[in-house]
Design a protein around this ligand. Structure first.
Ligand SMILES: Nc1ncnc2c1ncn2[C@@H]1O[C@H](COP(=O)(O)OP(=O)(O)OP(=O)(O)O)[C@@H](O)[C@H]1O
Ligand SMILES: [Mg+2]
Length: 366
């Protein structure tokens, strides 16, 4: 038994000896155990890392970005502070995104980043390392799964439970995942779009493609280079995507002022970009997402497909906020489509619900 658990048992025994009422004893024991350790849920995303602490809610919501000293590889900034430096680095600083396409691309940096976030939420805790529920994409290989588990383990977790991302999203949204009813979730993140049909606590049909938010941003970078001879960084391209990116035609088209470097004369320039040209640039990637949803529906057993006809498709993840994507999916599938409330936090809220009842949710853990 770990030292802290012995301590806890002794503490409860002491209260008993002092004849403190049982209800009060339990409350105090809970307070006392919280002093030692937090169980935490982590959405380790390609774009953003979120942490949910049992009893507190979401306490970390930061970009999955790390600024390193180039020679020593020592982290200088992590999260929002590192994102500020992206595209503005000095020669001795390298800003990296340690996850690519939903999986760990740089193991050491991912571990450092997790250690930093975990220590932030464990700041006032003593002795016991936390139990961690952490997400993996549905198409993950056993090797990639082990890498996530090991990174969490080495970053300070006492016990690691893995859950597939669309399953966590479905739980976060509050879908009836344990019922004999089919639910469809489409989680569009930075690195992957995860499509899953869930019933009886299992993923019945799923598809994971690498077309997601990052690709949409990169398409805009390439488009501005080709069409306007303008070099922009990924942060500016992301701003354009969020401001005027669309998946269907708008009654009133939008415009956005975009700053970049003119390629021919190499001078800074501001141009006005239009939503119509950005929509055309994004069309190929948006079609890939729509086709992946259609193909997943084709492979769904008929009874579950009938449930989805009634209950519709739920969109989660930051990509769900692309203007008009829900209506485009309605047009293409003929099914009801809803964007979840606060789509960027569905996955981590799901891990929070799992933490509250790890035993009850054991069937959905990997
Ligand atoms: N309003 C918006 N319109 C379009 N895209 C958006 C909007 N807001 C955020 N995004 C995109 O959502 C993505 C981030 O979403 P999210 O945090 O769900 O990804 P992630 O969980 O980190 O990635 P993954 O699940 O693939 O590992 C980014 O690509 C971001 O540009
Ligand atoms: Mg995600």
């Amino acid at each position: 038994m770990p030292n802290s658990e012995i301590l806890l048992t002794n503490f409860a025994g002491l209260l008993f000896a002092l004849s403190i009422p049982v209800g009060d004893t339990l409350a105090m024991a809970l307070w006392f155990s919280n002093l030692f350790s937090n169980d935490i849920g982590i959405d380790l995303g390609t774009a953003n890392t979120l942490i949910y602490v049992k009893g507190q809610g979401i306490v970390i919501n930061e970009p999955s970005i790390v600024a390193l000293e180039r020679h020593t590889r020592k982290p200088l900034a992590i999260g929002a502070q590192a994102k500020e430096m992206l595209g503005r680095e000095k020669p001795d600083i390298e800003v990296v995104r340690p996850l690519r396409d939903g999986v760990i691309a740089d193991f050491d940096v991912t571990e450092e980043m997790l250690r930093f976030f975990i220590s932030k939420v464990q700041k006032n805790k003593l002795l016991v390392r936390p139990r961690v529920v952490i997400c993996v994409p549905s198409g993950v290989t056993p090797v990639e799964m082990r890498a996530v588990s090991e990174a969490a383990d080495r970053a300070g977790a006492r016990e690691v439970f893995l859950i597939k991302e669309p399953m966590a999203a479905a739980i976060g949204v509050g879908l009836p995942i344990a019922d004999a009813v089919g639910s469809m979730v489409v989680d569009i993140g930075g690195g992957t779009t995860e499509i899953a049909v869930i019933a009886l606590s299992g993923i019945v049909t799923s598809r994971s493609i690498k077309t997601a938010g990052d690709e949409l941003t990169e398409v805009i970078v390439q488009f501005l280079k080709r069409k306007h001879n303008l070099l922009v960084g990924s942060r500016s391209a992301e701003q354009i995507k969020c401001a005027i990116g669309t998946a269907i035609g708008l009654e009133e088209e939008l415009q956005h002022m975009c700053r970049g470097l003119e390629m021919v004369q190499a001078i800074p320039r501001v141009i006005n970009v239009h939503s119509k040209e950005i929509r055309e640039a994004l069309a190929g990637s948006v079609n890939a997402i729509v086709n992946a949803v259609r193909r997943t529906l084709e492979q769904t057993p008929p009874e579950l497909a009938a449930d989805i006809l009634d209950n519709g498709i739920i969109l989660t993840g930051g990509g769900a906020l692309l203007r008009g994507l829900d209506r485009r999916l309605v047009n293409e599938t003929g099914l009801p489509v809803m964007v979840a409330d606060d789509p960027l936090t569905c996955v981590v809220r799901g891990t929070g619900k799992v933490l509250a009842d790890i035993h009850g949710y054991r069937n959905v853990l990997e």
